[in-house]
Structures are given as C-alpha cells and as structure tokens.
Design a protein around this ligand. Structure first.
Ligand code: ATP
Ligand code: MG
Length: 1012
C-alpha cells in the first residue's frame, strides 16, 4: 500500500503499473483515484456512515471527563516539582560548573581588587570600589544567561505535554522558578564569602547581609528575565538576540556606564526601568553610607563625607532609603518576569518548522493532483516507456537512455587479503574485567571487488561493515590495521587513494548554505584532474545531476538535516552525486538506501546500477533490501558479528548460488517460496542458529570451495596484469594550493551570502546597537570638562566593544562548527588540505567585518560627536575593525580547539568574563596589583580601550578637568594611556587578530575531533 501510494500516483512511475494491455496508457490523476474511491462500495458506505451524527448518549459513562487535567492541582504541582528536581539532579554538572566558574572569577576578582590596594583616600578610590561592586552585579547577571539556553532546550517537550493536557503552564513554571531560589542563595554565598571581606567592603555584618541579599535578588531577577526571553523567543537565535539587547539596555542604562544627569530625556525611561539601576543604587548606598566612608576629606572643598561625594559624583542617589527602594524594585521585577514567563508559556505556540524543499516537478505534480488539469508541461516521465518486467528490470529497467560518461577513467579492482583491524580496548569493557589491551573488530577478512561488478556488503548491525569500508578507504582515524590491500595489483597508496575513490558516508554531511548545483560544482572543481577545463566540468556535473535526478533541485539550498532544506532522500542522492562528480574508479557506499521509501530507494539503486555499468567498481552496504533491490546486486560479501566473512561470491539468478550454498549446509532451514533471500540468509546465520546447529559459519566458509576460489581470485588480481603500470599522481591533491584556496573561498563566499540569518543579522544587530549607543551618548564625545564626561565616553567604548565583540565571537561558533564537520569529510575525500580551508574561513570574515565596522563607526562616531579629524576618525575605525576581527577569530579558534560549539561557547565565555575584569574600565591598569598587571597586557580588550581612548583624548592639552588637571595628564596618570604609544597599541591589536587566526588555522590542521 505504501509503495503504491507513491508510485501509482507519480507521473513518472505510474506507467509501469498499467494493467489493461488492450488500452493505451493515460495518466490517472489523484483526483480521478479519489473520485473512483467515492463511487466504490467501500467509499459509499463510509460516506453514508459519516453522514449520521454521533449520538452522545450511547457513550460509556467512564468515557466522559469532567475535569481538564487528570489529577488535582496539588498533585500536579507535586509531580512537576519532583520532575524538575530530578532533572536538576541529572543536570548537576551545569550547576557545579557554574559554581566553579564563580569560584575562579571570584578568585581573580578578589586578587585584583585586593583590600590592601583599596584605599579610601579620595573620590577616585571610591570609583574603584564601585567597579568592584559592579563586577559582582554583572557576574551574577551574566550567570543567569545560561538559563536562556536551558529553558529553550526544554520548550519543545513542554509544548507537547501542555497540549496533551499533562499539566497547566503554571504548574510547570513554578517549580522551575522556585527550585532555582536556593541555588541563587548558594551561588551568591560562594561569591560573597570569597570576595566581601577580601575586597575590603564595609566590615559591618548587617551591611554584609544586605549586600548578600541584593546579589541574590539580582541573580533571581536575571534568571527570571532570561527564562522570560526564552519563552518569548522560543528559538535560540531569536532569543539570543533578545537576550543580548536586554543585557545591553540593562547595562548601559544602569547608571554605571553613563551617569543619570547625562542621560538624554528620551532615554531616561530606560534608566528608571532598568533593574540594574536599582540594584546599583542600593548596593552603592549600602556601602558608601557606611562607617568607613564617613569622613570629610577636604573641608575647604566640600562638607560632604567622602562616601556622599563619591555617590554625588557618579550621579547616584544619596538617601539611605534607596537600599530598600532597590530591594522592593527587584522583588517587583522578579514577580513580574516570572508571571510574564507563565503567561507567555500559556499563550505562545512553538515557532513553525522549516519546510523541506519541494522540487518544481513535485509542485507541478501537486498542482495537477489538486486541479485535475492534465498539463503536459514536462515530458520527463516519458522515458519509462519500455520497461521490461522481470525482477531486475524494475530497478534498472526504466533507464534505457544512454548515459554517456564524458570523462575517461581507468577501471580498477581492489583486493584485500587477511585484513585485521583492532582498537584499544574501550574503557567500559576493561571495567568488566577484560584484560586484553586490544579489541579485534575485523578478524582477517579477504575479498576482491572488480570493475563492473556490484557487490553488496551485508551483515547484521554491528557486524563490522562500516569498519571494513573505513579500513579499505583509509578513513580510520585510530586503531591498528594489518593485511594487504592492493589496487589492480599494486599496493594501495593512501595519500593519493582519494584521487581514484569515492566514499558515500552513512550520514549525509553537506554545507548547509550552498545550493545543490554549487555543492556539485565545488566537488568537481577540487576533485577532477586539473587538466579538465571548466566547460567539461560543468557538462559533467549536469550529466551527473541528470543521472541521480537532481536537476529539478539544482537551485535548492541544502540546509541542515531535520531543520530545513533537502529531505533525507534528496540529501542521500546529493551525497552520491558529490562522489560521482569526482569521476572515481572505485566507489564505496555506506547504506545508500537507509531511511528512504521504496520509490526513493529504487531511484538510488537505479543510479548505482548505472554507475556500475559504466565499468566502475562499486561496493554498497545495505540493510533490509527488498527482493528487487537485493537482486540488482551481482555479488555478496556477507559478514557475521565479530568481523568475519561467511559468504563471498556471486548471487546468481534469483540468488540461486547463495541459496544453494546455505541450503547445502547440514541443518539449515530451507527457504520458503517467495521469501526474501536477504532476510532468510540473515535469519539462518544468526549466533542463535549457530548454537542450535553447533557449527560456525565462518569455519564452514573457510573450508568451502568458494573460499578456495576466492583465494585464487585474490592472488590473481593482486599481481599486476602484464604491461600495466602503477597509477602515479605527482601531487596528493588534484588542484594546486592556490586553486584550493580559491575554491574554498568561493564556497565560503556563497555560504555567507546565502546565510543572511548570520551575516545580515549581524549587520542589523550592529546597526541597532550603534543607534542605541549613538542616541544614549549623543554629543558626549566632545565634552571633556569633568572626569565623569571621560568616564561616560569610555563607558560607551567599553560597552560597545564587549557587546558587539562577544556577539561576533559567539555567533560565528555554530557556523564554524557545522563547516568543520563538512571539512572533515572533504579533507578525507582529498579535496584540499587544512590550510586552504582555514585560510578561506578567515578571509571570508574580513569583508563582512569591514562592512560591520563602517556601519558601526559612521553611526556612532557622528552621533556621539567625537572629533572630526582624519587621524582620530581613522584610528577609531582601525581599532574597531581589528577588535571585531580578533573577537570573531577568537570565537573560531575556540571551536577549532574543542570538540563542539557547546564546549567552545562555555570555554570562551569564561574568558570573556576575565577580559571584562581586565579591560581597564572597572579598574584602570595602574590600579591593578602588580601580580595581575601582566594579564592586562595579555587582555586584548585592554589594548583596544587603550587605543580608542589614547587616540581620542590622549593628545588633548588645551582642556582641563574640574580640578584643573589637563586631560592628557589625567589620561596618563589615571588610565596609564599615552598618545605617543599608539603605534605599539595598534601593533598589539593587529597582533591579536593575526595570532587568533593563526591558532585557528593551526588547530584545524592539528586537532582532529572526529572519531572513527
Ligand atoms: N572505535 C571503536 N572502538 C570500539 N569499538 C568499535 C569502534 N568502532 C566500531 N566498533 C565496534 O565494532 C563493531 C562494528 O561496527 P560497525 O560500525 O562497523 O558496524 P556496522 O556493521 O556498520 O553496523 P551498522 O549496520 O549498525 O552500521 C560494533 O560492535 C562497534 O561497536
Ligand atoms: Mg555501519
């Protein structure tokens, strides 16, 4: 039924099922089928039954439900609580990791802001204390960010269970919130116990606890906020963008980066609604109204105590009540965010799934089916006219059109004798008490695959089929291989083996953002010999596309499996095509038909058969073949569990040789008429059968004539035929290094161009941030009359650099991660070496980052109103450009050094937090204790800020600050920035970009995280 469903209604395949020999074939549309069914007695009965409405009184009383949920509210909440608790226990790694991260950051924080270096002599000292407090707040704010990803990961399950009425939204939301409260208390306790007294905050115990309470509230507020954003955004990319904006507005308008008095009136609402502002105020009031700040430094200037002076200078409210106002506001926000979280969970539905690509042909077919119009737009189906009807013909028959392969190739055979493959004993097995240190996966298998012969490699799951193929193709990354492999009589040379062989891997790995045609063109470009000119290459690609029936999909984007783009079956055909365009002599295919429906499998097998008939050597592993597919093979290589062969030889007509062989063994059950021989042979050779019969099929095979014949064949094929000479390739790759670079760059360019959700979002994000910064800091660039003016300006630079930089570093990671898996396959296929790939990946970012810098620089520079001199503008752009660049390369580097982008994200985030401490904003370099000062030289962000500030203000000698200090001197004294060192600073910033790019390339070359 399933098969008919597809094939009978398909324009292409219907013809072969036409059974009225006396009438000429005409296409029957789905509408005709549907009408015919309604006329049929079954259809008529169904229709009349459905016309009578159902009488509810005939329902069984127990079938009536009276309540929406199965159990009472109390029970619901208990169930949800215990589930959430269980999940948290299972996920305890995350919480432990977060606490560890806090401990590390706390250690760095407390040694940077060490009490012996923290004085209370001047207002400037107060600023350092503020920096330390800000660090605590921001650390807990960012700590909540993890909640975003974790909540999103749980959403799909939630939506399913909510819609199946497992529980209402609130019963789900409450435990996720309430169970986090003790965690906040714990995390903040760790932080405050480590830092409070070491940093030298007010020793009063009451103030200590108040400080603690505030951190807990901020932590709760943050996790509430990010949960809310998760429920609102529902998808990582969207929610991440929301999250970044939220953090940005929260931070920038929190009163620390820019003082209240300087915030424009159209942004002041942001100030009043920023939870961070309340926290900041409360925490500052708590500290600076304390006893330690309760002295008057210089009565001639002001009668205020030092603490009050600090508060006033930074535009913070002086009233002690602000502590409780802050606590109240934060509590309010916590309630608000969590209630909104519940409401959004209740209201919103999951975002729609991306759709699979529908080819033009299918669209037309659908159109015809819907309207019943019989538009003869395409005559594609007409080549199925003369299909022979014997079993084999059904698979290959439809293809009688001559498929010429324009490019010449040498037919090659591959033989292997006594191949043994072992790996180091896995740890789990050692624990079970196995003492051997190696695990043998292939126990001496031998065989020969010849040109023009289609061999099926079969066996139960775990028999070692993929392992054998990997060994033969040289794709293993570990383990020990013994035995001889020869190609047409000459020993196999691994370096250039990829030039003559193709390998369709079990999982289809392709670059998501290029089209089908481009994937093929790219593969052909890098794998065909360099003598083939581009015209011939294109013709060849066209031909292969025709062969695997991808022509109608040529413009479709490949997409990510299970998300968007090609369907499984189309992807499989692309995998095959990508190998075929390399014009290989030997092709390995690992399960080319798994996951395909009968029709798609038939198309794939048709392709495979055509390929073999051109004189290539093809080996396929295959699971559960139908009789038709099975009999399309010429030979069988059957393995049993443990990596031994039990049948190697021809199948014969209707599998007669195979059946004869096994039926000839004493005790083997005879095959029933019409039974699938592939299924039968697996059933009679299981381990259980061996036990019953008391034989070992591997032994039986070793003693058979078949084995002798195979040995003879192998030895015949492994001596070179007279007059032949060994294949020789002067280079490992078919194209020169330069061409490899160009080809990689070409693909990267296409990938980036077709991926606006990465590139365009980045520009969009940058523009919006630039506008936000520009308007918040409008015209503040030229104000240099007070220290706070300089702080505001520095704040804008600090926040922008960190925000956009981190955003760059994080968004690039998934992109590089996906490309890297493709890189592993393509490198194994001998398309290019690691360096051209790395080079292209680095180079393609540069124009995009340049555009980003121009957009950002022009908007921000003009709005903030920095000095319009050519040199200053140039320096600003220069530093921003290289800063964005090193952040991006840093993100890429982290991916290249770690197994996947999740780990990369965790590792790099830890470093961002450290960079934040040492950037020079929370604490200027001259104030950092000497034992940490080296790190501020190793912190790229510190260099960027140095460059930006020094180039902008380092040369201002004509203006003085409120206490008469010249701007240039202040910048030198307080920040340690010197204008005349700009050259070195520029070199350092460029150096970081180059260093990260270099480490990226190096790691790509050296590390291989692929395990096979
Ligand atoms: N690196 C390895 N370390 C340890 N065991 C391995 C390793 N690679 C494969 N194996 C084991 O070797 C056996 C053969 O694996 P292989 O993937 O070749 O099977 P297969 O025949 O391709 O199975 P399937 O049909 O499921 O694809 C399995 O039992 C597998 O667990
Ligand atoms: Mg396998």
């Amino acid at each position: 039924m399933f098969l008919l469903n597809w094939q009978v209604t398909s324009r292409k395949d219907q013809h072969q099922y036409w059974c009225r020999r006396d009438e000429p074939y005409r296409y029957i549309s789905v509408n005709d089928f549907s009408d015919a069914f309604k006329e049929f007695h079954v259809g008529r009965n169904l229709g009349s039954e459905l016309r009578v409405p159902f009488d509810r009184s005939r329902n069984h009383p127990a079938a009536l439900t009276t309540s929406k949920y199965g159990i009472s509210k109390m029970e619901l909440i208990k169930a949800c609580f215990s589930r959430e608790w269980l999940l948290m226990k299972r996920n305890s790694f995350v919480y432990i990791f977060k606490v560890l991260q806090l401990i590390i950051l706390g250690t760095i924080g407390m040694t940077v802001f060490l009490r012996t270096k923290m004085h209370r002599r001047s207002v400037e000292d107060g600023a350092i204390f503020l920096g330390a407090m800000f660090l605590g707040l921001v650390t807990h704010l960012f700590n909540g960010f993890a909640e975003l990803a974790m909540s999103i990961a749980k959403l799909p399950i939630f939506y399913k269970q909510r819609d199946l009425l497992f529980y209402p939204s609130w019963a789900y939301a409450l435990p996720t919130w309430l169970l986090k409260i003790p965690i906040s208390f714990l995390e903040c306790a760790v932080w405050i116990c480590m830092t409070y007294y070491v940093m030298g905050f007010d020793p009063n115990v009451e103030r200590f606890f108040r400080h603690y309470l505030l951190l807990v509230l901020i932590s709760q507020m943050a996790s509430g906020l990010f949960r809310l954003l998760a429920a609102l955004g529902r998808e990582m990319v969207v929610a991440d963008t929301f999250g970044s904006f939220a953090q940005l507005v929260l931070l920038v308008l929190g009163g620390f980066l820019i003082a209240r008095d300087n915030i424009k009136k159209w942004w002041i609402w942001g100030y009043w609604s920023s939870p961070l502002m309340y926290a900041q105020n409360a925490i500052a009031v708590n500290e600076f109204l304390g006893h330690s700040w309760n002295k008057v430094v210089d009565p001639t200037q002001s009668n205020d105590t030092l603490g009050v002076q600090v508060l006033k200078l930074r535009g913070i409210f002086v009233d002690a009540n602000w502590y409780w106002i802050g606590v109240g506001a934060l509590l309010g926000y916590i309630m608000l965010f969590n209630i909104l979280f519940i409401l959004f969970l209740d209201w919103l539905d999951p975002l729609g799934k991306g759709q699979a690509v529908v080819s033009e042909e299918e669209l037309r077919e659908k159109h015809v089916n819907r309207t019943g119009e019989n538009v003869e737009l395409l005559a594609l189906g007409t080549d199925a006219q003369n299909s022979p009807s014997d079993g084999r013909g059904e698979i290959i028959g439809a293809e009688t059109r001559k498929r010429g392969m324009v490019l010449p190739f040498t037919p090659l055979s591959i033989t292997f004798d006594n191949i043994r493959y072992s790996v180091d004993m896995p740890q789990e097995m050692k624990e079970k008490g196995i003492t051997e240190d190696r695990l043998l996966l292939l126990k001496g298998v031998s065989g020969a695959f010849r040109p023009g012969v289609l061999t099926a490699l079969m066996g139960v799951s775990g028999a070692g089929k993929t392992t054998l193929m990997d060994v033969l193709a040289g794709r293993k990354t570990g383990g020990y291989i013994e035995g001889d492999i020869s190609i047409s009589g000459y020993p196999k040379k691994q370096e250039t083996f990829a030039r003559i062989a193709g390998y369709c891997e079990q999982n289809d790995i392709h670059s998501p953002h290029v089209t089908v045609y481009e994937s093929l063109l790219y593969s052909a470009w890098l794998r065909l010999p360099s003598e083939v000119d581009s015209e011939a290459r294109k013709m060849f690609v066209e031909e292969v596309m025709e062969l695997v029936e991808l022509t109608s999909l040529r413009g479709a984007l490949v997409g990510l499996p299970g998300v968007n783009g090609l369907s499984t079956e189309q992807r499989k055909r692309l995998t095959i095509a990508v190998e075929l365009v390399a014009n290989p002599s030997i092709i390995f295919m690992d399960e080319p038909t798994s996951g395909l429906d009968a029709r798609a499998a038939a198309i794939v097998m048709r392709t495979v058969r055509n390929t073999v008939d051109t004189g290539r050597t093809v080996v396929c592993t295959i699971h559960q073949p139908s009789i038709d597919i099975f009999e399309a093979f010429d030979e069988l290589f059957l393995m049993k569990r443990g990596g031994e062969e039990i049948y190697v030889g021809p199948l014969g007509h209707n599998s007669c040789h195979l059946i004869d062989y096994f039926e000839g063994i004493q005790g083997v059950r005879k095959i029933k008429d019409g039974y699938n021989p592939a299924t039968w042979m697996l059933e009679v050779t299981t381990l259980a059968q061996e036990d019953i019969l008391g034989i070992n099929f591997a032994e039986v095979y070793k003693n058979s004539d078949l084995y002798q014949r195979n040995k003879a064949l192998i030895s015949e094929l492994s001596t070179p035929p007279p007059g032949s000479k060994d294949l020789h390739f002067p280079t490992q790759f078919s194209q020169s290094f330069f061409t490899q670079c160009m080809a990689c760059l070409w693909k990267q360019h296409k990938s980036y161009w077709r991926n606006p959700s990465y590139t365009a979002t980045r520009i969009f994000f940058t523009t919006v941030i630039a506008l936000i910064f520009g308007t918040i800091f409008l015209n503040l660039g030229k104000k240099i009359n007070k220290r706070q003016d300089l702080f505001n300006s520095l704040g804008s630079m600090y926040a922008a650099v960190l925000f956009i930089g981190i955003q760059n570093g994080q968004t690039v990671q998934p992109i590089v991660d996906v490309e890297r898996t493709v890189f592993y396959r393509e490198k194994a296929a001998g398309m290019y070496s690691a360096l051209p790939y790395a080079f292209a990946q680095v180079l393609i970012e540069i124009p995009h980052i340049f555009l980003q810098t121009v957009v950002y620089g022009l908007i921000v520079y003009s709005l903030i109103g920095f000095d319009w001199t050519a040199a200053k503008f140039f320096w600003y752009m220069f530093f921003m450009f290289f800063t964005f660049m090193y952040f991006t390369f840093y993100g890429m580097m982290a991916v290249a050094m770690t197994p996947n982008s999740d780990i990369a994200a965790i590792v790099s985030t830890a470093f961002y937090c450290i960079w934040n401490i040492f950037a020079g904003f929370l604490i200027p370099r001259p104030r950092i204790p000497i034992w940490w000062r080296w790190y501020s030289w190793a912190c790229p962000v510190a260099w960027t800020l140095y460059g930006l500030v020094a180039s902008q203000y380092g040369d201002i000698t004509y203006a003085t600050l409120e206490d008469g200090e010249v701007v240039q001197d202040y910048i030198r004294r307080y920040f340690g920035f010197r204008h005349d060192y700009l050259g070195y600073v520029a070199t350092a910033v460029v150096g970081f970009a180059v260093l990260f790019a270099f480490v990226f390339a190096f790691s790509i070359k050296v590390f291989n995280f692929q395990r096979r």
